[in-house]
Design a protein around this ligand. Structure first.
Ligand code: IPD
Ligand code: CA
Ligand code: CA
Ligand code: CA
Length: 262
């Protein structure tokens, strides 16, 4: 599958940041860690990965806008295009020496995500998707799972850390969904949760209070793998609200109804 020049640029940036992260991961105990809030950590590894990605992407496309978790927002001369970057999704896993984290890079055009890359550098799995070109992992085409029944489906989610207001809603979701499905996993990297839905490893994923950079790339991966992405409530835009539900078409209605207690 031929990738566009922008996608190749995103892949190059993700691989370069991935190499820096793998190096830091080997000596993770020496990293200085600071806290941005309860349960919300950042290290030199996150900042260096974002620096590398920003240099690559804005170096090649200086007119595009920018949204990155660690460096914030920056307008570009071209108001229609914006890079959306989470340099290290799964920082807590990373800092605990757990090899489940990823680089996430998306390109937005006129408010729509048109390409996405999620790179799991520790496992050398590069997930990428482009509007109309499908979703891929390395050179393998991805397809969401074909499971049709809740009782055989495995879901991923994220449980809010710190004193987040949506904790009671999450506990209610779990009480409703867990007895009805084959299992729920909380692996700690939302971008990878979505990539794994695209790959058919998870049958679905839902989470609240995420940021645009956590989900932008994963969202197009799921869509291009033939899956369905929506807010948790009707009419909610996941990129704006941070509430997201993703799965295959067959499971969507029962998954959503079960979470609502219907
Ligand atoms: C976090 C991860 C986690 C999710 C958190 C995010 P970070 O991102 O995606 O799975 O539950 O809400 O903040 O901080 O590791 O980039
Ligand atoms: Ca973070
Ligand atoms: Ca993140
Ligand atoms: Ca991050």
């Amino acid at each position: 599958m031929a990738a566009s020049a922008n996608l190749n640029l995103m892949i190059k940036a993700a691989r370069k940041a991935g190499r820096s992260l793998v190096k830091d991961f080997r000596e993770v105990e020496n990293l200085q860690v600071s806290s941005k809030g309860p349960g919300d950590f950042v290290s030199r590894a996150d900042r260096e990965a974002e620096r590398i990605i920003k240099e690559e992407l804005l170096g090649a496309r200086p007119t595009y806008g920018w949204l990155g978790e660690e460096t914030g927002e920056q307008d570009g001369a071209d108001p229609t295009r914006r890079w959306i970057v989470d340099p290290l999704d799964g920082t807590t896993n990373f800092l605990h020496g757990m090899p489940h984290w990823a680089v996430s890079i998306a390109l937005e055009h006129k408010g729509e995500i048109v390409s996405g890359v999620v790179f799991d550098a520790a496992k050398d799995e590069l997930f990428w998707a482009e509007k109309g070109a499908g979703a891929w992992m390395n050179d393998r085409r991805l397809r969401v799972s074909g499971r049709r029944h809740l009782h055989e489906a495995v879901f991923a989610t994220g449980i809010p850390f710190g004193a987040k207001s949506t904790l009671p809603a999450m506990m209610q979701d779990l009480a409703r969904l867990m007895p009805a499905c084959a299992g729920v996993r909380r692996w700690g990297a939302a971008a990878l949760d979505l990539a794994w839905v695209a790959a058919g490893r998870f049958d679905g994923f839902w989470e609240r209070e995420l940021h645009t950079w956590d989900i932008a790339a994963g969202l197009i991966l799921v869509k291009e793998a033939g899956g369905f992405v929506s807010g948790i409530r009707d009419g909610q835009d996941p990129l704006e609200s941070g509430s997201i539900l993703a799965c295959n078409d067959a499971l969507f209605s029962t998954f959503q109804k079960t979470l609502r207690g219907e």
